[in-house]
Design a protein around this ligand. Sequence first.
Ligand SMILES: Cc1cc2nc3c(=O)[nH]c(=O)nc-3n(C[C@H](O)[C@H](O)[C@H](O)COP(=O)(O)OP(=O)(O)OC[C@H]3O[C@@H](n4cnc5c(N)ncnc54)[C@H](O)[C@@H]3O)c2cc1C
Length: 527
Amino acid sequence: MTTSTYQVWGWGRADSDEPERAALEQLAPLVRDHLGLPVQAPERPAPLAELATDRVASRLPPELAAIASSAPLDRAAHSIGRSYRDVVRGIRGQLDVVVDCVLRPTAEAQVEAALDWCAGARVAVIPYSGGTSVVGGVEPRVGDEWSGVVSLDLGAMSGVAEVDAVSRAARVRAGTPGPLLEEQLKAHDLTARFYPQSFERSTVGGWVATRAAGHFATRLTHIDDLVESVRAVTPAGVWESRRLPGSGAGPSPDRMLLGSEGSLGVVTEAWLRVQPRPTARWAATLAASSFPAGARAVRALLHDGLLPATARLIDAQESRVTGTLATVQAAVVLGFESYGAPVGELSTRALELCRDNGLDVLEAGERGGAGEAWRSSFVRAPYTREQLILLGVLVETFETAITWDRFDAFVAQVTDAATTALHRVCGAGTVTCRLTHIYPDGAAPYFTVMAPARRGSELAQWDEVKAAASEAVLAAGGTITHHHAVGRDHDRWYAEQRPAPFAAALRAAKHAVDPAGILNPGVVATG
Ligand SMILES: Cc1cc2nc3c(=O)[nH]c(=O)nc-3n(C[C@H](O)[C@H](O)[C@H](O)COP(=O)(O)OP(=O)(O)OC[C@H]3O[C@@H](n4cnc5c(N)ncnc54)[C@H](O)[C@@H]3O)c2cc1C
């Protein structure tokens, strides 16, 4: 009997969600016709290759040995995230490097004990929460100078610890995944209203560590906006900021931890700003003659002071593939919601502005139809993606942000560079674009790449396309990431993007709180 490796690379539950061969065979012709790409016979996931010997577990002191696991599937599952590269390597059972063991603290004292022991034993520590990193953030590519690497899994430190209903804030433990957070806040009639596409698996600690962004297009959409204070354990002591609605006291200790990706400290909990659950919702789907025309319309909304909860501009091809619009038009999925003020006036004004900018209103009012097709495709995306990969489709995304003055040229240049690389490397393929977030001064374009993969060479294929796309993003003035984080995969472009004195300051800060350099070596503050 072979053991399923789905827990290593899959998105869903290991006992029920692994794609079955028969279902994939049925899906294959539909995928081919719908995407216009060749598909291959469903790949059978390979058993896990034998792992290198665990160098750590036998040396652990008893209190850490009690929370350690060296089970091969556990070690493998903690050594990759969920990028295309990760899923392919997981399916093949071939991971380049693997953590020696997994530590699962249940209390902060155990996090402190782990950091103490690892610093003394020259063992690198990779904080791990939901493991949904798409940038190599949890992968133990740490170099040879360590006597071992452990994954510090915060999953057992989870749940809402305290709710302050007066200030509308909640103290949440780092390992809390999206669904548990919402379930526990619901008991108080509250919501964090934070829904990244990885909501099902990603956690509060991961969101804080990576400066994640939820799916709302405007207003409170980055985790930065929701964080009131953070508590983290560093090798130099506990780093906890005051709970404050705002503060002008020097550089922000919260901001410094946000986006530090496990390189400065282990986030153990955060106070998050929460809200009542929305009582009024309004949605509309509109069609634009082109992507730039749609962009002009959504920009006009922001410049008029409107802050729609949803404002997804989706290019014509992605609109067709996701089932949003069958016509060859770009789609705008628009939504307002409120827990008090009526949304009627806002929606009327939004439709007026969109019509003034040449958009056709296809539906408006209750949720449903095209907008719902888009939402369901969005939620199912992680499951669909693994099916596509098993059918030999190269499928991955990259994202960025740019100001409006450079927007049209930027999207054209980046799409062109990625498409050219894709055709050179894969012989065919598509690059589509949508806007995930919009701001008064710019927007966050999000690109989806699909192409026929050559089995055995797909990692090299993707690396080449990704490099071309990333070069184009930086050359045209964008950021290497708007919300997917830096990790190890974006490091060389991040090094190019950030100012040199800032890099030196960050390295010095890391040295101050982590003198042995054990925390996530190679990521953000260490690069
Ligand atoms: C299908 C899919 C959809 C996604 N959609 C979105 C999206 O909509 N928005 C978005 O922002 N991102 C998205 N992501 C990326 C990913 O989900 C985010 O980066 C997320 O914040 C990671 O959270 P996690 O709990 O899974 O963290 P992990 O993957 O476990 O860790 C991510 C990084 O943070 C560090 N870290 C984790 N926990 C801690 C901690 N407690 N203390 C210190 N460091 C820690 C890790 O070392 C690693 O460097 C998506 C990923 C996938 C696969």
